[in-house]
Design a protein around this ligand. Structure first.
Ligand SMILES: *[C@@H]1O[C@H](CO)[C@@H](O)[C@H](O)[C@H]1NC(C)=O
Ligand SMILES: *[C@@H]1O[C@H](CO)[C@@H](O)[C@H](O)[C@H]1NC(C)=O
Ligand SMILES: *[C@@H]1O[C@H](CO)[C@@H](O)[C@H](O)[C@H]1NC(C)=O
Ligand SMILES: *[C@@H]1O[C@H](CO)[C@@H](O)[C@H](O)[C@H]1NC(C)=O
Length: 439
C-alpha cells in the first residue's frame, strides 16, 4: 500500500504543470507544457455556452489525446460544456490527463433517451489516467429525481415509462486512475463509481447533492483494489462511500460525510450471492447528521466473507446509528425469510470513536444465528445521546457476536465473548473456524 502511495505522490509534478497551464491564457492544440501536448477543447471547436451539445468535439479531441502519450485534454475555465452520455475509452497511450477548469454539465434529462444509458460519463480501459482541476461537474440530477414516476416506485400509472437515472462519472476496468480536486454535484444516481479498477486515488473532492435526492451515493466501489479516498467532503442523499463485493485494500482518510447515509460496506450477499470484501480502513472520519456512521450490512442467505476492517479515530455529530453491523439486512417491502447461510464477518476493529448519537444507539451489532461475527473489537468508544447529556442513553447492543471490549462506559446489552460457547446449538463449534475460500 505504501509503495503505491509513493508512486502517486511522485506524480505530483502534475501540480507544477497545472500552474504552467494557468499562466497560459489560452493554449492551442499543439502547444506543449513540460513536453506534454495540450489539446484545448475550445480550440478544437467546443462551444461551451451551456446549451450546445459539445459531445462530438469531446470525442474527437479524446481520439487525438488517446493516441498521444502524456497528452493533456484541457477544459478551460471560461466554458460550460454540455455533454450527452459519453464513453472515453481505451486502451490509450499512457499517462493522460483530463484537466477540467471549467464546468461540464449533463445535456439532457429524462425523455431524451439518456435513460437507456447506465452512466453519463464513462472512462474505461485506461492506465495511468487522471481527471483533475478546479472545475465542476454537474449531472443536473434534479430532472431525474423529480420524475413523477421513478423506476423503484410501485404506484406508477399504466402509461408511465419510468427511466432509470444514469450514474454520473464511472471508471471501469482501469488501473492507476486519479480524480482530484473537482466539485462534483447533483448526479442523477451515484456520483463517482470505480468498477474493476486497481489503483484508485480520489482526493480533495467535494461531492454534493440534496439530502433528499435518491441513490446519490458519493463514491461507489465495486470489485476494486488499492483505493485511496483522501480529504474528501461528501454531502449527498445516500452513502458517502459504498463498498461492494470484490473490493479490498481501501483506505479512507480525513473524510467529512453528511448529510447522507454514512460509509457502508454492502449490502452483501443479496439473492444468495457470494461476496468478498477485506482490508478496509477508515481513519479520521467526521460524520455530521448522517443516518449511519460506519455500517456493514449483509443479506441472509449469502456466502463469502467480509473481514479485516478498521474504523478508528472518528467523530460523530448527531448521527442516528453511529456503528452498525447487520447480517439481517432486508430492504424488500415484505420481510425476508430466515436463512441459515450468511456472508461471514470477522476481524473488525472499531476504536476511538467520540461524539453524539441522535438516537439511543451507539453501536448495534446483529449477527446471524448461524454464522456469528468473530473477533469484533470495540475499544475507547464514547458516544453520547445529545450535546448536553452523559453516556447513559446511547446503548451498545450485540447479538451473536464474539470478540473483545475495552474502555467502554456506555450501557451495554453486549457481552462479547472471546469464542462462541460450545453449547449454543447455533454453530457447530466442534469444527474449526474456516475462512471461506477465495476471500
Ligand atoms: C480492460 O482494459 C484493457 C486495457 O487496459 C483491455 O486490453 C481489456 O480488453 C479490457 N477488458 C475488458 C473486459 O474490457
Ligand atoms: C427469523 O428469526 C428471528 C429471530 O430468531 C425471529 O424473531 C423472526 O420471527 C424470524 N422470522 C421469520 C420470517 O421466520
Ligand atoms: C486510539 O487512540 C490512542 C490515543 O490517541 C492511540 O494510541 C491508539 O493507537 C488508537 N487506537 C487505534 C486502534 O487506532
Ligand atoms: C477511554 O476512552 C476514552 C474515549 O474514547 C478516551 O478519551 C480515553 O483516553 C480512554 N482511556 C484509556 C485508558 O485508553
Amino acid at each position: 500500500m505504501r509503495s503505491s502511495v509513493m508512486s502517486f505522490v511522485k506524480r505530483s509534478d502534475v501540480f507544477f504543470m497545472l500552474v504552467m497551464l494557468f499562466l497560459m491564457s489560452c493554449s492551442a492544440s499543439g502547444s506543449f507544457v513540460n513536453g506534454r501536448q495540450v489539446f484545448n477543447v475550445m480550440m478544437e471547436g467546443a462551444v461551451g455556452d451551456g446549451r450546445t451539445d459539445d459531445g462530438e468535439v469531446f470525442q474527437r479531441v479524446w481520439a487525438m489525446v488517446c493516441r498521444t502519450p502524456s497528452a493533456i485534454m484541457y477544459v478551460p475555465a471560461e466554458g460550460r460544456f454540455s455533454l450527452p452520455p459519453s464513453v472515453f475509452g481505451g486502451p490509450c497511450a499512457p499517462n493522460l490527463l483530463l484537466q477540467v477548469e471549467g464546468t461540464i454539465v449533463a445535456l439532457e434529462g429524462p425523455g431524451s433517451g439518456t435513460g437507456h444509458y447506465k452512466s453519463w460519463l464513462v472512462f474505461r480501459n485506461l492506465r495511468d489516467f487522471s481527471v483533475v482541476g478546479n472545475g465542476r461537474i454537474n449531472g443536473k440530477g434534479n430532472r431525474w429525481w423529480s420524475q413523477v414516476c421513478r423506476p423503484s416506485m410501485k404506484n406508477c400509472g399504466p402509461n408511465s415509462r419510468p427511466e432509470e437515472p444514469p450514474n454520473g462519472l464511472v471508471f471501469q476496468n482501469s488501473s492507476n486512475v486519479r480524480v482530484s480536486n473537482l466539485r462534483i454535484r447533483d448526479s442523477p444516481k451515484f456520483h463517482l463509481t470505480f468498477s474493476n479498477c486497481d489503483g484508485v486515488y480520489a482526493t480533495g473532492l467535494h461531492i454534493t447533492a440534496p439530502r433528499d435526492s435518491p441513490n446519490t451515493d458519493g463514491i461507489h466501489l465495486t470489485n476494486s483494489r488499492n483505493v485511496f479516498i483522501l480529504n474528501c467532503k461528501i454531502r449527498t442523499g445516500d452513502d458517502c462511500v459504498s463498498i461492494q463485493s470484490g473490493s479490498n485494500r481501501v483506505l479512507i482518510e480525513d473524510i467529512m460525510c453528511g448529510p447522507g447515509h454514512g460509509i457502508s460496506v454492502g449490502s452483501l450477499g443479496e439473492s444468495k450471492s457470494r461476496a468478498c470484501v477485506w482490508g478496509i480502513r477508515v481513519e479520521r472520519a467526521i460524520f455530521d447528521r448522517t443516518t449511519n456512521g460506519f455500517r456493514i450490512k449483509t443479506w441472509q442467505g449469502g456466502s463469502g466473507h467480509a473481514h479485516g476492517m478498521r474504523f478508528v479515530n472518528s467523530r460523530m455529530n448527531r448521527v442516528h446509528n453511529p456503528v452498525v453491523i447487520d447480517q439481517y439486512y432486508c430492504d424488500s417491502p415484505t420481510p425476508c425469510a430466515n436463512q441459515t447461510s450468511a456472508v461471514a464477518i470477522s476481524e473488525i476493529i472499531i476504536a476511538n470513536i467520540t461524539g453524539t448519537s441522535s438516537s439511543n444507539s451507539a453501536v448495534r451489532i446483529k449477527c446471524s444465528d448461524h454464522v456469528p461475527c468473530r473477533n469484533i473489537v470495540l475499544q475507547n468508544i464514547a458516544v453520547r445521546t445529545g450535546p448536553d447529556q452523559d453516556l447513559s442513553n446511547a446503548h451498545f447492543s450485540c447479538w451473536n457476536a464474539y470478540g473483545f471490549i475495552s474502555n467502554i462506559t456506555n450501557p451495554m446489552s453486549c457481552a462479547l465473548l472471546p469464542q462462541p460457547p460450545l453449547d449454543t446449538g447455533l454453530v457447530d463449534s466442534s469444527k474449526p473456524y474456516q475462512i471461506p475460500q477465495g476471500c
